[in-house]
Design a binder for this molecule. Structure first.
Ligand SMILES: [Fe+2]
Length: 538
């Protein structure tokens, strides 16, 4: 990870690169409108555009480079090298395309799967095809074993082009911040481009999103989760065709739903990306498709995702290399936002029993455009809508061997904010009330069915005009077998960006350290024996 001077240098580098990509100064961006969001025209074959990385099954050895070409190209490929050794190995790309069903625009994507890499190693690469100018990028493979590393997270970013609905300049800020903080990976908790609220221009909105993220996502993987705004009219049976065409994600071995949910491990942390559209009661996707409830995805996998999650968690419970399990998703199980969606019983009833049983440590979400962190919770209070029971109200050092913590990180950069919280509950004093969806089928944006006192809500960002921010997580693996390991979250609140100041300095708003014991010690090595019986890892 980098020190403060490195962060400052990273910011300067990003501004320079972005100015180059756009061909204009930052202040010219607004005046120019969407046209300036396209790559500069070139005289040769269609150049690479919208470049981004994804980890393969093993982040230490596998990386996929993906990009878009304006037309069909010959021999799309990535040439790989190292900074000291020059370029050498060539990886041919797979071409996949789809035609947007509303405006008929075809998007042609290229995906080069690179395998056999060395862990924790810097690589350089060139994206090219016959007759096209090469575009150079870099990446670093993930480390293995118990080593310190950093990851970042937020959802709900948007395209960064204010001309599109739900987008704001703060998406530019957000991409820059990721480069400043230099994580191994960024977890993108759903609602990516918001193309589906710009139906006449969905491919163009995706292009703006991907070109805004490219200066970061071509250097490090942004690993997404599906949000309600990835559901698009006409584009596939689930509306996911654009997402699925653009991304090549670790395989979940599903015959029908590859990429919708997946896992990967970096160091001692297992990351699990879940598709909450499969389980949420609140239907927040259908109305964007022109017909209310046109695509209500509740239960679409017919239990396949839940079975995969249970198998994944069970296997992890026997794996001594896994100290931490982090599930990330879009819609939150716990949110006291009153202007956003709030909590959803579908998530609570489907995922949460498994996440408690197998001792998941953190549950990251988005959807509500704000920041909120729960106390340490496990199990449910009797007589409630599966409201989690608070295990500890310690908000500085939290022992996740005793429960888990929910964190809403929905301030990636979209134009709307949900950081208005439910009014204080009369029975609990200053604690807010959470609205909660408890029945289905739900009608789009219908009022939540019930409310509850949010006894679980520990920290909220009350800035009701600036919802933006980023979660920065630093993993300390501990020093010896069985030692205490920790993950420190620093949440940076982000002021509003302007055309003349696209990179306002982030401000630390919240900090907390999560701790547990490593799994390789004598006392803490058998997660299955102690965890399954006790309902959690120890
Ligand atoms: Fe959402």
């Amino acid at each position: 990870m980098r020190n403060k001077s490195d962060i400052a240098n990273g910011r300067a580098r990003l501004v320079t690169r972005r100015s180059f990509l756009g061909g204009v100064t930052a202040s010219g961006l607004l005046l120019a409108g969407p046209a300036f969001w396209q790559q500069p025209a070139r005289a040769d074959a269609a150049p690479a555009d919208q470049i981004h990385l994804q980890f393969g099954a093993d982040p230490a050895t596998d990386m996929t480079v993906s990009w878009v070409t304006a037309t069909s190209v010959s021999r799309p490929r990535v040439v790989l090298g190292t900074a000291s050794g020059g370029f050498g190995r060539v990886f041919e790309a797979e071409t996949r395309s789809y035609v947007d069903q509303i405006n008929g625009v075809e998007t042609i994507t290229q995906h080069a799967r690179i395998r056999g890499l060395r862990p924790d190693t810097d690589y350089v690469y060139q994206v090219l095809s016959d007759g096209a100018s090469p575009v150079a990028g870099t990446f670093r493979t993930a480390p293995v074993g118990r080593v310190p590393f950093r990851f970042t997270s937020f959802g709900d970013i948007g395209s960064g082009n204010p001309a599109w609905s739900k987008s704001s300049l703060n998406a530019i800020t957000a991409a820059g911040q990721i480069e400043q903080f230099d994580p191994v990976v960024h977890l993108l908790n759903g609602d990516l481009s918001y193309a589906n609220v710009n139906q006449a221009n969905m491919p163009a909105v995706w292009a703006d999103f991907a070109n805004n993220t490219q200066p970061s996502a071509m250097n490090r993987p942004w690993m997404p989760a599906l949000g309600n705004h990835e559901i698009e009219a006409g584009n596939g049976p689930l509306g996911y065709l654009s997402y699925q065409t653009r991304y090549t994600l670790p395989h979940n071995h599903s015959a029908s739903f590859a990429g919708n949910w997946y896992k990967f491990q970096v160091g001692s942390v297992l990351f699990i990306s879940l598709d909450n559209n499969d389980v949420v009661y609140a239907n927040d996707g259908g109305a964007y498709l022109g017909t209310t409830n046109a695509l209500y995805l509740l239960g679409y996998s017919n239990g396949e995702q839940e079975a995969w999650l249970e198998k994944t968690l069970r296997e992890a419970s026997h794996d001594p290399s896994v100290d931490w399990i982090i599930a990330y998703m879009h819609q939150p199980a716990m949110s006291s936002s009153s202007s956003g969606s709030g909590s959803d019983l579908g998530i609570r009833s489907t995922w949460m029993p498994l996440l408690y049983q197998y001792g998941v440590d953190l549950v990251l979400a988005g959807h509500d455009h704000d920041y909120e962190r729960s106390y340490l919770v496990r199990g449910t209070d009797p007589g409630t809508f599966l409201r989690p029971s608070v295990v500890s109200t310690d908000t500085t050092e939290v022992d996740t061997s005793q429960g888990l913590v929910h964190i809403v990180l929905g301030g990636g950069g979209t134009s709307s904010h949900d950081d208005v919280y439910g009014p204080p509950d009369s029975a609990t004093g200053p604690l807010p009330t959470s609205q909660i969806y408890t029945t289905f089928p739900q009608v789009f944006k219908a009022a939540a069915n019930e409310t509850e006192a949010a006894t679980w809500s520990a920290v909220r960002d009350p800035d009701t005009t600036h919802p933006w921010g980023i979660g920065v997580f630093d993993v300390d693996p501990g020093r010896w077998p069985g030692d205490k390991t920790s993950i420190t979250l620093t949440y940076y609140h982000t002021p509003a960006a302007t055309a003349s100041n696209l990179y306002p300095a982030p401000v630390v708003y919240d900090s907390v350290t999560f701790v547990r014991h490593r799994r390789d010690g004598f006392l803490h090595g058998d997660r299955a024996a102690s965890g399954a019986a006790a309902g959690a890892r120890t």
